[in-house]
Design a protein around this ligand. Sequence first.
Ligand code: GTP
Length: 410
Amino acid sequence: MQRILIVEDSKMVQQVLRHLVSQYLSVPVDFAASLRESAGLIKNNKYTLALVDLNLPDASNGEVATLTLRCGIPTLVLTGSIDEFKRQQMLEMGVVDYVLKENRDSYTYAVKQLAQLLGNQGTKVLVADDSQTSRTMMRQNLERLLYDVEEAEDGEQAYEKLLADESIKLLLTDYAMPKKDGFELVKSIRSKRGRDSLGIIGISGSGSQSLSAKFIKHGANDFLTKPFAPEEFHCRVMMTMEQLNLIETIKDSANKDYLTGLYNRRYFYQAAEQKVAQQSVLSLAVIDIDHFKQINDTYGHQAGDEVLSFLSNKMASQFDDALMARLGGEEFAILFSDEDQDAAFEKLDELRFSLSNIQVEAAGQFISFSISAGVAQLQQDEELTDLINRADVALYDAKGGGRNQVVIHQ
Ligand SMILES: Nc1nc2c(ncn2[C@@H]2O[C@H](COP(=O)(O)OP(=O)(O)OP(=O)(O)O)[C@@H](O)[C@H]2O)c(=O)[nH]1
């Protein structure tokens, strides 16, 4: 369970922060106004992150940051002023970042940082560098930002890792490496993994500005020139990941249904066309909620929406390998790869049966509902539209046969 601690003694700033937290964070947040209060909260809770003011009535020299860091809580610092000595001191202490309290924008920045750091957890980053010292330094900086870090000691190894593991979302690569240099690595991996799947930051030595430009030309999103300040490293990594997340959001809004999070009809047809062209054994199901109009009429449209979301989540958890979409209204499609119609039937009937024993709680009421489904197996040289039409015919038979059933197209 994730939880955040915010330590700030000014009532006015706390109020601003509380408002921003409600806007940007969806995890529980505790507020403290002193070192003493913070210590009490830390004793009784496990915190994922902390945002702390360095100047508190009972601790005016950043003692609260020392406490949170000592307890292993990644910490962002709010400070009224900063000079080189203080900056060095904080970086040496290992704070994630510091935010100067200037205006409302500073607090927005700080809370957005918390949100992004929460999102970083579980995100894999690969560091490719032949120098163990550089890798360790970057690992420490990245772990401070809560990333999961992997290492490669040459370009070839990095390439293999990136190809084998699509869940690596960011590559930090040095230029001079054995087997495959940084440019070759960026060029070759870019042809396999686009800007929507992998962020790349090239790292070059000092006095080699042309290398930085070359990294960008080969497909990197950004670059860093050694030696770099931890703040610059932090900003460039966070900015590159922000770009990647933005592309993901845009892709999702084009391909997914807003209400259920399942793919939409357009994406489903595109992706299903590809599968039909590649695979010989596959089955397609069209699912429809029975008497859905009645659910809307009885419980309201909002409750109807909740039933649609409930069914979508159930389908997504039960058929995680299948391609699924909301075709429109209360109609869904599922494409089962490598499954014949009997195997698909078994799975759908299991879903149908499990739903008949469940009540969805929506708008303070308990709603029962059932589904009907039609299944068809791909025949030789069959087009996707014909396959869908046959599944539709089977669905029609299921409705005609009394609903709450799965029918295979014969
Ligand atoms: N709540 C909600 N309702 C929707 C949405 N899209 C379509 N509907 C409703 O879904 C209902 C579909 O009704 P019908 O096509 O008559 O089908 P049905 O009542 O399920 O009857 P059968 O399919 O014959 O069992 C209509 O009342 C639509 O207004 C949506 O996004 N949310």
